[in-house]
Design a protein around this ligand. Structure first.
Ligand SMILES: [Zn+2]
Length: 76
């Protein structure tokens, strides 16, 4: 059986910010453990990707982001 990669497999996933309820689009290349920042300028909470498909995020406390070695992923 030939495996055909469906385009939907690579589609970005939507998740709702746990703080402001803004809907966020998480690109497929954002892996588990990565951190993203809410696109809501009044929120800008840092969220860590806990799982993909289904997508789950966890709020990263502000203090924790100060010690982070890596920069959060930015949105286009
Ligand atoms: Zn938010």
């Amino acid at each position: 059986m030939l495996y055909v990669k469906e385009e939907s497999h690579l589609a970005p996933e939507m998740v709702t910010c746990p703080v402001c309820k803004q809907k966020l689009l998480i690109q497929d290349y954002v892996t588990v453990g990565s951190e993203v920042v809410c696109t809501n300028k009044n929120c800008e909470s840092t969220l860590r990707i806990e799982s993909r498909r289904p997508l789950r995020v966890a709020l990263v406390p502000y203090a924790a982001t100060l010690d982070a070695d890596s920069q959060p992923e930015s949105y286009g």
